[in-house]
Design a protein around this ligand. Structure first.
Ligand code: ASP
Length: 310
């Protein structure tokens, strides 16, 4: 048993078990479990919630199954254009980057923006440049592109649609954590939507929309159709429901997501509060997720009827 808590997601959306074939589902589950355990071990060793959330998201970026970092979806030009944010619940410190193309781990660049600049959000080529100037690893554009994603873009372009991921699932990654001191943090990273208009920015790097943390209430990371999450300020909405209305984390998360659904948006979120409760609601048929709560054991789930005992 411990005060540490961590939850991660690898995207929400329509997930057809049939489409997994061979051992793909098992590989996704194993990756989620390894990453949540790695974040948890960091927290147990005394690391801050911010370090653990950034660490987990960096590992998710490095794993090409998920839509962030290498293996992320491609824009209409066939280029990976990525968004990321981190937020520290202690003092609401935060950093974010949008539409970066050369930074290997956008979440680490978001952290550098928070710590090495006076700003919250840097965008485009100058955000990558800031990374190069601050020792954040830069790579070529080709580094991010996988054959799967090239094919996915070709079929989306042929059908003239903008889609969120391979199996019509949303594919952002994120982490929320509570450390032994009771501090909260959130981190989110994404390639956004396949065939998106170059320059499009989603909810993930927008503080209060796809990413939020305040020690007084909760840490939140969202995944879903970003435009709806921006219009409903999902993360801040969860916070407000707890702060002003006295809602529990579970009620606030569920109600905030319902308000996204009322506008027509689908997706999900992961959240943790200062007492260590964890909520993982989604309104899509599934959401890749894993968490370690009060029992200290890793839980991994994809579909709605997977183990939901938090
Ligand atoms: N929310 C992300 C975006 O719209 C996409 C996702 O969660 O898959 O950029």
């Amino acid at each position: 048993m411990s005060d540490a808590r961590i939850a991660i997601h690898g995207g929400a959306g329509v997930i057809d078990p049939e489409s997994f074939g061979d051992d793909r589902e098992a590989r996704y589950r194993r990756a989620l479990e390894d990453i949540v355990v790695s974040g948890w071990n960091l927290l147990r060793s005394g690391a801050s919630a911010l370090d653990a959330a950034e660490h987990a998201v960096r590992l998710l970026e490095e794993c090409e199954y998920f839509n962030a970092g290498r293996g992320c979806v491609l824009n209409a030009d066939g280029v990976a254009e990525m968004d990321a944010a981190v937020m520290d619940g202690a003092g609401r410190r935060c950093g974010a980057v949008a539409a970066v193309q050369l930074t290997r781990n956008p979440v680490c660049l978001a952290r550098r923006v928070m710590e090495a600049s006076e700003h919250v959000l840097l965008a485009g080529p100058n955000a990558d440049r800031f990374g190069a100037e601050h020792d954040v690893e830069q790579v070529s554009r080709d580094f991010f592109v996988t054959e799967d994603r090239r094919q996915q873009l070709a079929s989306a372009a042929a059908a003239g649609r903008v889609s969120l991921d391979h199996d019509e699932k949303y594919g952002t990654v994120g982490a929320v954590a509570r450390d032994r001191e009771g501090h909260l943090a959130a981190a989110t990273s994404t390639g956004g939507m396949t065939n998106k208009v170059p320059g499009r920015v989603g909810d993930s790097p927008l503080i209060g929309a796809g990413t939020w943390a305040d020690d007084a209430t909760c840490a939140v990371s969202g995944t879903g159709h970003g435009e709806f999450f921006i219009r409903s300020m999902l993360g801040y909405d969860v916070h407000c429901r707890m702060a002003y209305r006295g809602s529990s984390l579970e009620e606030a998360s569920r109600d905030a997501l319902e308000s996204v659904a009322r506008m027509g948006g689908s997706g999900g979120l992961i959240a943790v509060d200062r007492e260590g409760h964890i909520a993982l609601p989604f309104n899509s048929p599934g959401m890749y997720r894993a968490w370690i709560g009060a029992d200290g054991s890793p839980h991994v789930a994809i579909y709605r009827d997977d183990d939901l005992d938090t």
